[in-house]
Design a protein around this ligand. Structure first.
Ligand SMILES: [Mn+2]
Length: 367
């Protein structure tokens, strides 16, 4: 226990690192939630399906229990995921849209959950607000290297598909469900199944025995997986496929070391009217090629190139992203960025391509 005056007795020593889900930690989490009058649920910048699925799942569990909770994002979730939010769109505050209102809500809350992010920095402009907040903070995450020292209670597990799955097992250990998936609020269960589905790329990677158990239990509980799959994977705009075809046909380079890389520059993104979230999944496609060991997609922004890295067993996307792309994530799926004027001095696409080629040659040649 910390010795700080006025802190509730359940406040732990900010070193709540744990690798599993034990009933006493879940009980502690629920006790913290029951004592809170306003709960903020935060997830990472440029939220993806797992970020939204785990956040909405927790929001729905908490509100079904009568708690006052909101989701706070740095930036808006992509349109392609708006089907997930549904009626709860009103309970999502976006800092970039409404900075004052959002900051005020964070400041007023007395319990913070951080989901699907391993450090406050992953929430970008919310970082300072989160850091300076003096209230209990709980981390639920499946990324490598969680910043455990910033939290009072940590649920961290990396041998699991997603944060949505981790939260599912946490909620199954709660007395409210007694391990029975049918006792989860339906909308909560839908969000968790959706988040797990996107992070496993519809069961093609990061799948563990526990992942199938979750899916099996939720299907048994009557959750409509077909509707989720249709909303996620049969709902793209034609442009995404036209762009994908062009990237694969004339843009993709495969190096002698087995690195496939593609660079989507601003002009091409504009030509195809590509929106946030619409390039999701494209980076996985080159891994289908036999001699490709790692796939990298660069997306050009005003001041940077956003980087997605995927690899096959035996090559660490996480290490590559942390060594060369100012990022990290999971062993086989990671992300990062290259700043123009710094990592890429002239900021050109050609220079970025050279950077990727030389660094990945060094990375794969060096081991
Ligand atoms: Mn995730």
């Amino acid at each position: 226990m910390t010795g700080r005056a006025g802190t509730p007795s359940y406040r732990t020593a900010r070193h709540g690192f744990m690798t599993g889900i034990d009933k006493s930690s879940v009980a502690l989490m629920l006790e913290m939630a029951s004592k809170a009058s306003g709960i903020t649920v935060v997830t990472h910048t440029r939220p993806d399906g797992d970020a939204m699925g785990s956040s909405l799942g927790l929001l729905r569990f908490l509100t079904a229990a009568g708690k006052d909770a909101v989701i706070v994002l740095n930036d808006r979730y992509p349109d392609s995921l708006s089907f997930m939010a549904g009626e709860d769109a009103e309970s999502i505050l976006v800092y970039e849209d409404e900075p004052e209102k959002t900051a005020g809500t964070v400041r007023k809350s007395d319990l913070v959950f951080c989901l699907d992010m391993n450090s406050f920095g992953r929430a970008e402009k919310l970082e300072g607000l989160l850091r300076e907040k003096d209230c209990p903070k709980i981390l639920i995450d499946h990324h490598l290297n969680p910043d455990t020292g910033s939290f009072d209670l940590v649920f961290s597990k990396t041998d699991i598909s997603s944060t949505s799955e981790l939260l599912y097992h946490i909620l199954m250990a709660a007395p409210e469900t007694g391990g029975d998936a049918r006792r989860l609020p339906v909308k909560c269960a839908e969000a968790l199944l959706t988040g797990m589905t996107t992070d496993t790329n519809n069961f093609s990677n990061s799948v563990f025995p526990s992942t199938f158990r979750m899916a099996s239990d939720l299907l048994g509980a009557g959750i409509d997986r077909n509707a989720i799959v249709a909303a996620l994977y049969c709902n793209y705009r034609e442009n995404r496929y036209r762009l994908t075809g062009r990237l694969l046909y004339e843009n993709m380079v495969i190096t002698a070391e087995g690195v496939a890389y593609m660079i989507l520059d601003k002009a091409m993104a504009a030509e195809y009217d590509i929106r946030e979230g619409e390039t999701e999944g494209i980076v996985n496609i080159p891994l289908g090629i036999k001699n490709v060991r790692m796939s990298i997609l660069l997306k050009e922004d005003e001041d940077r190139f956003r980087v997605s890295v995927r690899s096959k067993e035996g090559v660490s996307a996480n290490r590559c992203a942390s060594m060369y792309f100012n990022g990290g994530g999971h062993e086989l799926a990671a992300g990062g960025k290259l700043l123009k004027g710094k990592d890429i001095p002239d900021g050109t696409v050609r220079e970025a391509a050279e950077y990727v080629e030389t660094r990945t040659r060094e990375f794969l040649g060096g081991k």
